[in-house]
Design a protein around this ligand. Structure first.
Ligand SMILES: [Zn+2]
Length: 254
């Protein structure tokens, strides 16, 4: 099994370098005892970067979660010396995460929560699916867009809230506690039965949402959102796509 170290708290989403032990070597990949690499899932793409041992750097090209293990799929190594023995069980390696890609995913993911929260506050439409990428993302709403407000009004609102700015916190609740007081926006979202405790991303006074993704510490790290509607083929759902302007610098640890 792999400890998902990036889940721990707000600061863990900013860790870009770590040490870990090799616990498995599936074909083309490596499993570590713990990792800060985010695996593809929950609408968020995986981190990329490198894993290094004995001066040999292996590019991490894909990260996925299979059962309790995170598999880092590796590309062709660089810096290999003829004497390097290669990855082996029990070796201590250094993981380095691509910081620009991680930052872009943090920004887009928190922007998506903020957008879903403000859409719900203004229209009562819940987000039933969402995905993000560097520089933007999309939310699929369970229903048709109302006659008011307009999308432009929602865009103004969400950017006003973003600029306050709003601090973000991670809080763990027991599943029973979470189920006893579900949030109106998310309801009892379909969490796998084994999820306990529940990891909540809180945007102070604005939103709380169960989520395993990586997030910014403050909305001041997010650039302006621009919204557009898109058709979801074969459904009556409303899809809102968003793009993000260039973001501000990370907020200090605290
Ligand atoms: Zn999320």
């Amino acid at each position: 099994m792999t400890v998902l170290a990036y889940l721990a708290d707000s600061n863990a989403g900013y860790v870009l370098s770590f040490r870990a032990l090799v616990t498995g070597l599936p074909p083309g990949g490596v499993v570590l005892d713990r990792t800060y690499f985010y695996p593809t899932g929950g609408g968020q793409p995986c981190d990329r970067g490198t894993i290094e041992l004995d001066g040999v750097r292996y590019p991490v090209v894909e990260v996925s979660k299979t059962g309790p293990s995170v598999i880092h799929r590796l590309g062709r190594p660089s810096g290999r010396s003829s004497t390097a023995p290669g990855l082996r069980i029990g070796a201590e390696v250094t993981g380095e995460i691509d910081g620009a890609r991680r930052a872009a995913h943090r920004q887009a993911h928190t922007a998506q929560h903020l957008l879903s929260a403000r859409i719900f506050a203004l229209t009562r439409l819940r987000t039933r699916a969402a995905s993000i990428r560097a520089g933007g993302g999309r939310v699929d709403l369970e229903g048709a867009w109302p006659t008011a407000p307009t999308l432009a009004e929602v865009e103004t609102d969400v950017n006003d809230v973003r600029q306050r700015p709003v601090p973000s916190h991670i809080r763990f609740l027991s599943r029973a506690e979470w189920e006893s007081a579900p949030d109106p926006r998310t309801g009892l979202v379909l969490l796998p039965p084994q999820v306990d405790p529940v990891r909540l991303i809180e945007l102070a006074g604005v939103d709380r949402c169960p989520c395993g993704g990586t997030h910014v510490r403050s909305t001041e790290e997010i650039g302006a959102l621009h919204l557009a509607t898109a058709v979801v083929p074969g459904t009556t759902a409303t899809r809102i796509e968003f793009t993000l302007d260039e973001a501000g610098p990370p907020t200090p640890t605290g």
